[in-house]
Write a protein that binds this ligand. Structure first.
Ligand SMILES: [Fe+2]
Length: 285
């Protein structure tokens, strides 16, 4: 999600990708990241993600040209990727999603930042987020999310929307016939979290529940203490606006839930042993 402040008009942030300005080092950084991530994602990410990479031509050759990628994206789901310089304010972000436009940072990390960046770059935003936008149901979910965000801003429910995005679009897992798989871009663009999210004994893995997720704080600076698991690759939550407004009203009486805490009503798929976070300082949004 986005922490930036400023104009709510998305047009104030849109820039040209500047594809011709990437250096050989930039493309080499992409190749290093994409090669490593494609290998580690085999058998761990949902098949639709790998299909999306192939169909979009997001490969290991170098940073994709948005103009080429967008022809394929528009044909599949009528979405497009637009370049922005960095994080943008919530309302501008929601307006873009509601208009089926996904904002992506155009810059790429430096070679010395290969494993850690503070703000999302083109590798996270494009490699991590765009493949699933080739799937019609996911594409519709993202648009509905943008529309819900605009209403949430009026109703004082932005933190609920931020948590939903975090635990689905960024850090979601899904149950599939082949087993547990990654759907979230924050996991799918990180080699260490790809393994941690699925295989570490430390985090909880809990069946997705919309109200539960909207009450749950999250860690912004480290692996998650709890991952929420969708009941299928296409089981994106319905975001009916009337229902959401009622839910937000109901949740005002409910306390927030700490990132690693379980609730009596949770359908727990894996109860984490907390071994990873036990020695870490608490920090949650
Ligand atoms: Fe992201």
């Amino acid at each position: 999600m986005n922490a930036a402040t400023g104009s709510d008009d998305p047009r104030d942030y849109l820039v040209d990708q500047g594809f011709e300005n990437y250096t050989p080092t930039d493309h080499a950084t992409w190749r290093t990241l994409a090669k490593r991530q494609r290998e580690i994602l085999q058998g761990r990410v949902v098949d639709a993600f790998l299909e999306g990479l192939d169909r979009l031509g997001i490969g290991e050759e170098g940073i994709p040209d948005f103009r080429v990628m967008n022809q394929r994206l528009r044909a599949a789901t009528d979405w497009e990727v637009v370049a922005v310089p960095g994080l943008i304010p919530d309302l501008a972000f929601f307006r873009l999603l509601a208009d089926r436009k996904f904002p992506a940072g155009f810059w790429i990390r430096k070679p010395e930042q290969i494993d850690y960046i503070e703000e999302p770059d083109v590798f996270h935003d494009v490699f991590g987020h765009v493949p699933l936008i080739m799937q019609p149901l996911y594409a519709d979910y993202l648009e509905a999310y943008g529309k819900a965000g605009l209403v949430a801003a009026e109703k004082g429910a932005l933190k609920r929307l931020a948590r939903l995005y975090w635990y689905t679009v960024e850090f979601g897992l899904a149950q599939t016939p082949q087993g547990l798989r990654i759907v979230g871009a924050g996991i799918a663009s990180s080699p260490s979290e790809t393994v941690f999210a699925l295989e570490s004994p430390s985090p909880n893995r809990v069946a997705f529940d919309l109200a539960r997720v909207m009450r749950t704080l999250y860690r912004i600076d480290d692996f998650q203490e709890t991952y929420f698991v969708l009941d299928g690759v296409e089981a994106w939550p319905s975001l009916d606006l009337d229902r959401l407004i009622l839910l937000w009203q109901e949740l005002e009486a409910e306390a927030d839930i700490e990132p690693g805490d379980l609730q009596p009503v949770d359908k727990v798929l894996t109860k984490g042993d907390g071994s990873y976070h036990r020695t870490k300082p608490k920090s949650a949004a």
